[in-house]
Design a protein around this ligand. Structure first.
Ligand code: ATP
Ligand code: MG
Length: 480
């Protein structure tokens, strides 16, 4: 990192507008958090957040395009078309607001987080020094209350304040430390790392949905290989993913080829759906589901359940993701069959958008196996290009590329959203459309003629399970 002046053209105009309007109205308003960190590192921020001394009601007065969200801590979404600028009032760490020394260790956990404060308090309540920087647009200056610039320059993840306290206040911060270290290629500062080693077990105190979401973020953050390695090294993997930790302790690089594929796909803008992420954690044990005869899985659904069910139950994975994961796996042998023998996929199955991650997963496993066999990239790409299915083979969901967490779905339902679309097997049908994406215009590749009856039948159980999932997914979708 060299300069601490951020060129204006790197800051989206909507964020500039919000800041200018606030400062002209006599308020303090700064860019804050991940966007300042990323801009100073020369990276493109995921989103632009603003911190201000204006209260939520003042924000509502000042901006017509403002929606106040959150029950515990109210913050403002200022909406410009499909962009949202999250604007939050400065707040303090609720512990600092209280009189006297902090209570016993168990009392550190923060249950509420809704106390307004000053800019400095707002910086200090944040998790890591590199996430605690403000940027003052008018002064073209970084406001650094937490010595974040030093850590940014030395590429170090350090908690603001005592890591033993900060991790116990909110154990999810430990996963965030790993995420930032892996994604930014930073080291974890010594005391912070020691605290990770000491307090890993406390992750269990965090709400399960937050932990699950943080696992998905680690996997889809573009540095899944590095993240899993770090989790293993600091012992967090045993707490976070006990279902796979013992196997990885024995074979540390086991998942790397698959996670590399995931990182590669994220880098190209194709962010995998949760079901693919889930499946990828168990892939080495699921390969028999891709095989035709020799190593074919006898009771596929039982096998899938044996693998996925404990983790899905413990982390309360959404039913929709679990069903999609099962479907992704159950359809693989059919895809192998159609690919190798030019056979057709069953006409009853899902539509092209819904099938996309199944083909993506198939291509991912194929690439891993061909790379392991010594094939070169160009040859593999050619082989995959010759498959008789409509590409491209993406791990992401409904053709919307990278997830846009900040973009609300403002498309009207029904009406002209409904248009004829082609299922992967060429069948035309009436389905609600998804937002247009570049590859939408890619015509479906014609399927080769159905092979003449030498297709291996699916096992009864496999066929029944597949049909049941298709029905369940369709009815789930129709309810939406
Ligand atoms: P990303 O690029 O992944 O969005 P980010 O730093 O913007 O990274 P967010 O999860 O979007 O991370 O959070 C925004 C900011 O809020 C962080 O930079 C940090 O200052 C603060 N923050 C988020 N989570 C916590 C937490 N658990 N404890 C303290 N501060 C937090
Ligand atoms: Mg962010």
């Amino acid at each position: 990192m060299s300069a601490t002046v951020i060129p204006l053209d790197k800051i989206i105009p909507e964020a500039q507008k919000v800041i200018r309007h606030l400062t002209r109205s006599g308020h303090k308003a700064y860019l804050v958090g991940g966007c300042v960190r990323d801009l100073l590192l020369g990276r493109a921020p995921k989103d632009f957040d603003i911190a201000t001394d204006a209260t939520p009601s003042e924000l509502r007065e000042l901006f017509r395009n403002c929606r106040i969200i959150g029950r515990r801590f109210r913050l403002a979404h200022i909406i410009f078309g499909n962009k949202i600028i999250e604007t939050a009032t400065f707040r303090a760490n609720p512990r600092e607001d209280e009189e006297g020394a902090p209570g016993p260790a168990d009392e550190l956990y923060i249950h509420r987080d809704n106390v307004f404060g000053t800019a400095e308090q707002d910086a200090r309540r944040r998790d890591f020094t590199v996430n605690g920087l403000f940027y003052d647009l008018a002064a073209e200056q970084v406001l650094d209350y937490v010595d974040g610039l030093t850590d940014l320059a030395s590429r170090s993840v350090r908690t603001i304040g005592d890591p033993n306290v900060r991790f116990r206040e909110d154990p999810v911060r430990m996963l965030r430390a790993v995420k930032f270290a892996a994604r930014l290629g930073f080291d974890i500062e010594d005391a912070t790392y020691q605290a990770l080693l000491s307090h890993g077990k406390e992750i269990e105190k965090s709400p399960v949905p937050r932990v699950l979401e943080e696992i998905f973020r680690l996997l889809r953050g573009g540095a899944a290989v590095e993240s899993l390695m770090l989790l293993r090294e600091c012992g967090l993997l045993d707490v976070l993913l006990p279902e796979i930790a013992p196997q990885l302790a024995e074979h540390p690089g086991l998942l790397d080829p698959y996670l590399q594929e995931i990182d590669r796909s994220v880098a190209s803008g194709d962010v995998p759906v949760n079901a693919v992420l889930l499946v990828s954690l168990f892939l080495p044990n699921l390969l028999s589901l891709f095989e035709l005869e020799t190593r074919r899985q006898a009771a596929p659904l039982d096998h899938i359940s044996d693998m996925l069910a404990p983790l899905c139950a413990r982390l309360r994975v959404a039913r929709r993701d679990v069903d999609q994961a099962k479907h992704l796996l159950l359809i693989q042998r059919r895809i192998t069959q159609a690919r190798m023998r030019g056979g057709k996929l069953p006409p009853s199955t899902l539509h092209r958008e819904e099938m996309r991650p199944a083909f993506g997963l198939h291509a991912m496993v194929y690439r891993v196996q061909r790379l392991a066999a010594g094939a070169d990239e160009a040859a593999i790409a050619q082989e995959i290009a010759a498959w008789p299915f409509p590409g491209p083979y993406l791990l992401g969901g409904e053709g919307d590329g990278p997830r846009r967490e900040f973009a609300p779905d403002r498309e009207p339902r029904g009406g002209d959203r409904r248009r004829r679309r082609r299922s992967f097997d060429g069948e035309e049908s009436e389905r609600p459309s998804v937002p247009a994406a570049a590859h939408e215009s890619t015509p479906a590749a014609p399927n080769r003629a159905a092979s003449s009856g030498d297709d291996e039948p699916l096992l009864d159980e496999e066929e029944a399970a597949l049909a049941a999932f298709v029905a369940a997914m369709r009815s789930g979708r129709d309810e939406e």
